[in-house]
Design a protein around this ligand. Structure first.
Ligand code: HEM
Length: 363
């Protein structure tokens, strides 16, 4: 077979391969007049935004690749497919951590340094970052779950140009990671009756909820017993019933949340390590995004106080609302409320363990 890296390949040069000349020609400060940069920190402002946008591009590249695997009708849940998804989502987490550190660099700019060129930015704002909106949309942040979508989703002054508006709107119609993960959770086979036939973990003492499998009846009882005097038992048990058996929670349906809870509970089983890592990565991405929103808000407070933003929003107030509200996988993280201690977990039925390809040993 011919080696793809043979010496016949044309020689490459670092600067050409990376288009360094073009890249370095892309910083065009508005305060640059007759070859002199009047507002020194405008260069930092541009470079940092461009660095964010480059990393946003990489994040979208990773999310798109994850979407291609997750949208397969039968992704290999315990093999290379899921391994690749988890690996790429972990990379997204690391990129967000890096992006959050960049705020430190931006904060070396003082409010007075910023005021030297702020007026020139009239109408332009991070609000209009098309890639940021595409990241949010592709992860699954729904319009109705956002804080004040009307604020940024328009084409008036401070909003998007027509082209970006159309592209974002098209993006919002595409399948999301949230939707795909939900479908993947729902097709988990753990609860098929054949696995649980003859399952007897221990006699069922508590109230039997009609239409619920013995496992979940048992689990509800164990959960109830795990609550302390200070927990609001009726409230938590009511939530348990609603979330996992009736209404679902937020964007997630109850069958998907049941599977998520099951994975979190039995995460030590070899078969569940990848699914658990996947759920954990999503929760971490949400956490890093929230950290970005919060650090950005703090930085904005220090930079412009409570003045309105260049994009025309109320500034601090809007950003605080987005910090509080724009979570994507909050309910997935919320499943943690319903965990019990490892040592109280019911043993899995032999048939299920076998089906999940464990080498079976009695506990
Ligand atoms: C001096 C630095 C900065 C200031 C004073 C600032 C200020 C603001 C303000 C006031 C808003 C609200 C919208 C508006 O009315 O303009 C906003 C939104 C936003 N900014 Fe910045 N920003 C700064 C740097 C950055 C950087 C470096 C990024 C990185 C890409 C960024 C990304 C964003 C994003 C994505 C939003 C929308 C947030 C959301 O809707 O949740 N900003 N910014």
């Amino acid at each position: 077979m011919e080696c793809p890296f043979n010496h016949e390949q044309p020689l490459q040069y670092y600067g050409d391969y990376l288009a360094i000349d073009q890249l370095l020609a892309l910083q065009k400060p508005l305060s640059l007049q007759e070859g002199k940069l009047l507002a020194h920190d405008e260069m930092l402002f541009i470079v940092i935004h461009q660095a964010y946008e480059l990393w946003f591009k990489q994040i979208l590249h990773e999310i798109t690749a994850c979407g291609e695997v997750l949208s397969k009708p039968a992704a290999d849940d315990d093999g290379p497919d899921m391994n690749v998804v988890v690996h790429r989502l972990k990379r997204v987490v690391e990129i967000w951590k890096l992006l959050n550190h960049q705020v430190d660099v931006l904060e070396t700019m003082t409010p007075l340094d910023f005021l030297e060129f702020r007026e020139l930015l009239h109408g332009a704002s991070g609000f209009q970052s098309r890639q940021f909106r595409e990241i949010e949309a592709s992860l699954g942040l729904r319009m109705e779950n956002r804080f004040r979508p009307d604020y940024y989703k328009h084409t008036e002054l401070g909003g998007f140009n027509e082209k970006d508006f159309a592209e974002i709107t098209e993006f919002e119609q595409k399948p999301t990671i949230l939707g795909m993960v939900e479908n993947w959770l729902e097709r988990m086979p753990f609860f098929e009756e054949e696995f649980w036939r003859d399952w007897e973990d221990s006699p069922n003492e508590g109230a039997v909820q009609p239409g619920r499998s013995p496992f979940w009846n048992r689990y509800r009882l164990l959960y109830e017993q795990s609550l302390s005097e200070r927990d609001d038992k009726p409230d938590l048990l009511g939530k348990f019933d609603d979330i996992f058996f009736k209404t679902g929670w937020g964007a997630f349906r109850s069958t998907a949340l049941r599977a998520a809870l099951f994975i979190m509970l039995y995460r030590d089983e070899p078969m569940f390590r990848l699914p658990f890592a996947l759920l954990n990565s999503l929760i971490e991405i949400d956490e890093q995004l929230a950290t970005f929103r919060y650090r950005h808000l703090q930085m904005v407070r220090r930079m412009i106080g409570t003045r309105v933003g260049t994009g025309g929003s109320s500034g601090e107030q809007y950003l605080q609302g987005a910090v509080n509200r724009n979570y994507i996988y909050k309910e997935l993280a919320g499943v943690i409320t319903f965990l019990i201690e490892r040592r109280h977990l019911p043993a899995l039925p032999p048939r299920l363990r076998q089906a999940l390809r464990f080498s079976f040993t009695n506990r």
